[in-house]
Design a binder for this molecule. Structure first.
Ligand SMILES: Nc1ncnc2c1ncn2[C@@H]1O[C@H](COP(=O)(O)OP(=O)(O)OP(=O)(O)O)[C@@H](O)[C@H]1O
Length: 224
Protein backbone atom coordinates (compact mmCIF):
# COMPACT_ATOMS: atom_id res chain seq x y z
CA UNK A 1 0.00 0.00 0.00
CA UNK A 2 1.23 3.47 -0.83
CA UNK A 3 1.61 5.23 2.50
CA UNK A 4 3.19 8.42 1.36
CA UNK A 5 4.50 10.47 -1.52
CA UNK A 6 7.26 12.97 -1.89
CA UNK A 7 6.00 16.45 -2.23
CA UNK A 8 7.43 19.92 -2.45
CA UNK A 9 5.50 22.71 -0.87
CA UNK A 10 6.15 26.40 -0.94
CA UNK A 11 3.65 27.31 1.69
CA UNK A 12 4.18 24.83 4.44
CA UNK A 13 3.91 25.47 8.12
CA UNK A 14 6.87 24.44 10.25
CA UNK A 15 5.72 23.80 13.74
CA UNK A 16 8.73 23.73 15.98
CA UNK A 17 7.84 21.53 18.86
CA UNK A 18 9.36 22.25 22.22
CA UNK A 19 11.01 19.65 24.37
CA UNK A 20 9.68 20.66 27.72
CA UNK A 21 6.77 20.70 30.10
CA UNK A 22 3.40 21.68 28.77
CA UNK A 23 2.38 24.11 31.46
CA UNK A 24 5.05 26.73 31.06
CA UNK A 25 8.47 27.93 30.06
CA UNK A 26 11.09 25.27 30.24
CA UNK A 27 14.06 26.83 28.57
CA UNK A 28 15.06 24.14 26.11
CA UNK A 29 16.18 26.91 23.79
CA UNK A 30 13.37 27.62 21.34
CA UNK A 31 13.66 31.40 21.54
CA UNK A 32 17.37 31.15 21.11
CA UNK A 33 17.00 28.96 18.03
CA UNK A 34 14.23 31.03 16.48
CA UNK A 35 16.84 33.65 15.62
CA UNK A 36 17.13 31.54 12.48
CA UNK A 37 14.19 33.48 11.03
CA UNK A 38 16.27 36.65 10.72
CA UNK A 39 18.25 35.03 7.92
CA UNK A 40 15.18 33.65 6.19
CA UNK A 41 12.85 36.18 4.64
CA UNK A 42 10.56 33.32 3.69
CA UNK A 43 10.04 32.38 7.31
CA UNK A 44 7.43 34.12 9.34
CA UNK A 45 8.24 33.67 12.95
CA UNK A 46 5.74 35.91 14.68
CA UNK A 47 3.68 34.11 17.20
CA UNK A 48 0.53 35.85 16.05
CA UNK A 49 -0.99 35.73 19.47
CA UNK A 50 -4.43 36.95 20.35
CA UNK A 51 -4.89 37.97 23.96
CA UNK A 52 -7.58 39.19 26.31
CA UNK A 53 -5.15 41.07 28.53
CA UNK A 54 -5.30 44.86 28.49
CA UNK A 55 -3.09 46.62 25.95
CA UNK A 56 -0.15 48.44 27.50
CA UNK A 57 0.52 52.03 26.47
CA UNK A 58 3.58 51.20 24.35
CA UNK A 59 1.83 48.32 22.53
CA UNK A 60 -0.15 48.50 19.29
CA UNK A 61 -3.03 46.26 18.34
CA UNK A 62 -1.90 43.67 15.79
CA UNK A 63 1.79 44.18 16.51
CA UNK A 64 2.71 42.65 19.87
CA UNK A 65 -0.68 40.97 20.12
CA UNK A 66 -4.15 41.22 18.71
CA UNK A 67 -6.24 42.39 21.64
CA UNK A 68 -9.77 41.00 21.88
CA UNK A 69 -12.43 40.74 24.57
CA UNK A 70 -12.83 37.69 26.79
CA UNK A 71 -16.28 37.08 25.36
CA UNK A 72 -15.04 37.07 21.76
CA UNK A 73 -12.09 34.87 22.70
CA UNK A 74 -14.37 32.31 24.31
CA UNK A 75 -16.70 32.35 21.30
CA UNK A 76 -13.71 31.81 19.00
CA UNK A 77 -12.55 28.90 21.15
CA UNK A 78 -15.98 27.31 20.83
CA UNK A 79 -15.81 27.77 17.06
CA UNK A 80 -12.37 26.07 16.91
CA UNK A 81 -10.67 29.21 15.70
CA UNK A 82 -7.51 28.62 17.72
CA UNK A 83 -4.74 26.19 16.93
CA UNK A 84 -3.68 26.48 20.53
CA UNK A 85 -4.63 28.63 23.47
CA UNK A 86 -3.97 28.87 27.18
CA UNK A 87 -4.63 30.97 30.25
CA UNK A 88 -2.03 32.95 32.17
CA UNK A 89 -2.83 35.22 35.10
CA UNK A 90 -6.55 35.27 34.26
CA UNK A 91 -6.02 36.20 30.61
CA UNK A 92 -6.23 34.05 27.52
CA UNK A 93 -3.51 33.82 24.89
CA UNK A 94 -3.98 31.92 21.63
CA UNK A 95 -2.69 31.34 18.10
CA UNK A 96 -5.54 31.56 15.63
CA UNK A 97 -5.94 29.36 12.59
CA UNK A 98 -6.67 32.43 10.47
CA UNK A 99 -3.37 34.07 11.41
CA UNK A 100 -1.48 31.02 10.14
CA UNK A 101 -3.58 31.04 6.99
CA UNK A 102 -2.73 34.69 6.40
CA UNK A 103 1.00 33.84 6.53
CA UNK A 104 0.59 30.99 4.07
CA UNK A 105 -1.46 33.23 1.77
CA UNK A 106 1.63 35.47 1.52
CA UNK A 107 3.51 32.38 0.33
CA UNK A 108 5.63 32.40 3.44
CA UNK A 109 6.52 29.64 5.80
CA UNK A 110 4.97 29.92 9.22
CA UNK A 111 7.28 29.02 12.07
CA UNK A 112 5.19 28.02 15.05
CA UNK A 113 6.22 27.16 18.57
CA UNK A 114 3.53 24.80 19.81
CA UNK A 115 2.85 22.03 22.27
CA UNK A 116 3.04 18.50 20.81
CA UNK A 117 -0.61 17.63 21.41
CA UNK A 118 -1.50 20.40 18.94
CA UNK A 119 0.47 18.84 16.09
CA UNK A 120 -2.23 16.36 15.16
CA UNK A 121 -4.66 19.20 14.43
CA UNK A 122 -2.15 20.79 12.08
CA UNK A 123 -1.30 17.63 10.17
CA UNK A 124 -3.63 18.39 7.28
CA UNK A 125 -3.18 18.87 3.57
CA UNK A 126 -3.83 22.56 4.10
CA UNK A 127 -0.91 23.15 6.45
CA UNK A 128 1.50 20.36 5.44
CA UNK A 129 3.61 20.81 8.54
CA UNK A 130 7.21 19.78 8.93
CA UNK A 131 7.59 19.07 12.61
CA UNK A 132 10.91 19.62 14.36
CA UNK A 133 11.33 18.46 17.93
CA UNK A 134 13.93 20.41 19.89
CA UNK A 135 15.31 17.93 22.37
CA UNK A 136 17.40 18.59 25.46
CA UNK A 137 20.86 16.96 25.60
CA UNK A 138 22.01 14.74 28.48
CA UNK A 139 21.88 16.18 31.99
CA UNK A 140 25.69 16.36 32.06
CA UNK A 141 25.69 18.50 28.91
CA UNK A 142 22.85 20.67 30.26
CA UNK A 143 24.92 21.38 33.37
CA UNK A 144 27.92 22.30 31.23
CA UNK A 145 26.25 24.33 28.49
CA UNK A 146 23.64 26.17 30.60
CA UNK A 147 26.06 27.19 33.37
CA UNK A 148 25.49 30.89 32.70
CA UNK A 149 21.99 30.66 31.18
CA UNK A 150 18.78 31.78 32.83
CA UNK A 151 15.21 30.52 32.72
CA UNK A 152 11.94 32.31 33.37
CA UNK A 153 10.03 29.97 35.61
CA UNK A 154 6.26 29.60 35.28
CA UNK A 155 6.21 29.11 39.04
CA UNK A 156 7.72 32.53 39.68
CA UNK A 157 4.89 35.05 40.02
CA UNK A 158 7.11 37.95 38.98
CA UNK A 159 8.36 36.10 35.92
CA UNK A 160 11.96 36.93 36.79
CA UNK A 161 14.82 35.11 35.05
CA UNK A 162 16.95 32.93 37.31
CA UNK A 163 19.77 30.44 36.80
CA UNK A 164 18.69 26.89 35.89
CA UNK A 165 18.36 24.56 38.88
CA UNK A 166 19.08 20.85 38.92
CA UNK A 167 15.29 20.37 39.13
CA UNK A 168 14.79 22.43 35.94
CA UNK A 169 17.24 20.19 34.08
CA UNK A 170 15.59 17.01 35.35
CA UNK A 171 12.14 18.32 34.46
CA UNK A 172 13.29 19.29 30.97
CA UNK A 173 14.72 15.84 30.30
CA UNK A 174 11.79 13.96 31.79
CA UNK A 175 9.15 15.90 29.88
CA UNK A 176 11.23 15.64 26.68
CA UNK A 177 11.26 11.85 27.07
CA UNK A 178 7.51 11.70 27.68
CA UNK A 179 6.86 13.85 24.61
CA UNK A 180 9.05 11.67 22.45
CA UNK A 181 7.27 8.51 23.57
CA UNK A 182 3.81 10.01 23.10
CA UNK A 183 4.32 12.07 19.97
CA UNK A 184 7.58 10.83 18.39
CA UNK A 185 5.65 9.36 15.44
CA UNK A 186 4.57 12.90 14.48
CA UNK A 187 8.09 14.37 14.39
CA UNK A 188 9.79 14.80 11.02
CA UNK A 189 13.09 15.75 12.60
CA UNK A 190 14.70 15.79 16.03
CA UNK A 191 17.39 18.36 16.81
CA UNK A 192 19.30 18.06 20.08
CA UNK A 193 20.01 21.50 21.50
CA UNK A 194 23.40 20.68 23.00
CA UNK A 195 25.94 23.10 21.56
CA UNK A 196 23.94 26.12 20.42
CA UNK A 197 25.87 26.80 17.22
CA UNK A 198 25.63 23.17 16.14
CA UNK A 199 21.87 23.08 16.83
CA UNK A 200 21.39 26.38 15.01
CA UNK A 201 23.32 25.11 11.98
CA UNK A 202 21.31 21.92 11.91
CA UNK A 203 18.09 23.93 11.92
CA UNK A 204 19.40 26.18 9.17
CA UNK A 205 20.49 23.19 7.05
CA UNK A 206 17.03 21.67 7.53
CA UNK A 207 15.35 24.85 6.28
CA UNK A 208 17.75 25.01 3.31
CA UNK A 209 16.94 21.41 2.40
CA UNK A 210 13.20 21.93 2.73
CA UNK A 211 13.40 24.86 0.35
CA UNK A 212 15.32 22.83 -2.23
CA UNK A 213 14.16 19.27 -1.82
CA UNK A 214 10.93 17.36 -1.78
CA UNK A 215 9.91 15.63 1.42
CA UNK A 216 7.60 12.78 2.34
CA UNK A 217 3.98 13.55 3.14
CA UNK A 218 0.92 11.28 3.44
CA UNK A 219 -0.57 10.49 0.05
CA UNK A 220 -3.92 11.94 1.16
CA UNK A 221 -2.34 15.42 1.43
CA UNK A 222 -1.60 15.47 -2.26
CA UNK A 223 -4.85 14.06 -3.59
CA UNK A 224 -7.26 15.93 -1.37
N1 LIG B 1 22.41 25.33 23.44
C1 LIG B 1 22.43 26.23 24.42
N2 LIG B 1 23.56 26.45 25.11
C2 LIG B 1 23.61 27.34 26.13
N3 LIG B 1 22.56 28.09 26.53
C3 LIG B 1 21.39 27.92 25.86
C4 LIG B 1 21.26 27.00 24.77
N4 LIG B 1 19.98 27.06 24.32
C5 LIG B 1 19.35 27.97 25.07
N5 LIG B 1 20.19 28.48 26.00
C6 LIG B 1 19.86 29.47 27.03
O1 LIG B 1 18.84 28.91 27.86
C7 LIG B 1 17.93 29.93 28.27
C8 LIG B 1 16.53 29.56 27.84
O2 LIG B 1 16.50 29.53 26.41
P1 LIG B 1 15.22 30.01 25.60
O3 LIG B 1 14.61 31.21 26.22
O4 LIG B 1 15.57 30.05 24.16
O5 LIG B 1 14.30 28.73 25.90
P2 LIG B 1 12.76 28.53 25.53
O6 LIG B 1 12.54 27.06 25.39
O7 LIG B 1 12.37 29.37 24.39
O8 LIG B 1 12.12 29.05 26.85
P3 LIG B 1 10.61 29.48 27.09
O9 LIG B 1 9.94 28.16 27.25
O10 LIG B 1 10.78 30.29 28.33
O11 LIG B 1 10.11 30.26 25.93
C9 LIG B 1 18.42 31.23 27.65
O12 LIG B 1 19.22 31.88 28.61
C10 LIG B 1 19.28 30.76 26.47
O13 LIG B 1 20.29 31.70 26.16
Amino acid sequence: MLWGVKCRTTAAAFPLVRGGVTEGPVGVGLNELKIVDQRYPALWCHRYLHTTRARRSQESDGVEYTFISKHLFETDVQNNKFIEYGEYKNNYYGTSVDSVRSVLAKNKVCLLDIQPHTVKHLRTSEFKPYVIFIKPPSIERLRETRKNAKIISSKDEKGAAKPFSEEDFQEMIKSGQIMEVQYGHLFDKVIVNDDLTTAYNELKTTFDKLEREAFWVPVSWVHS
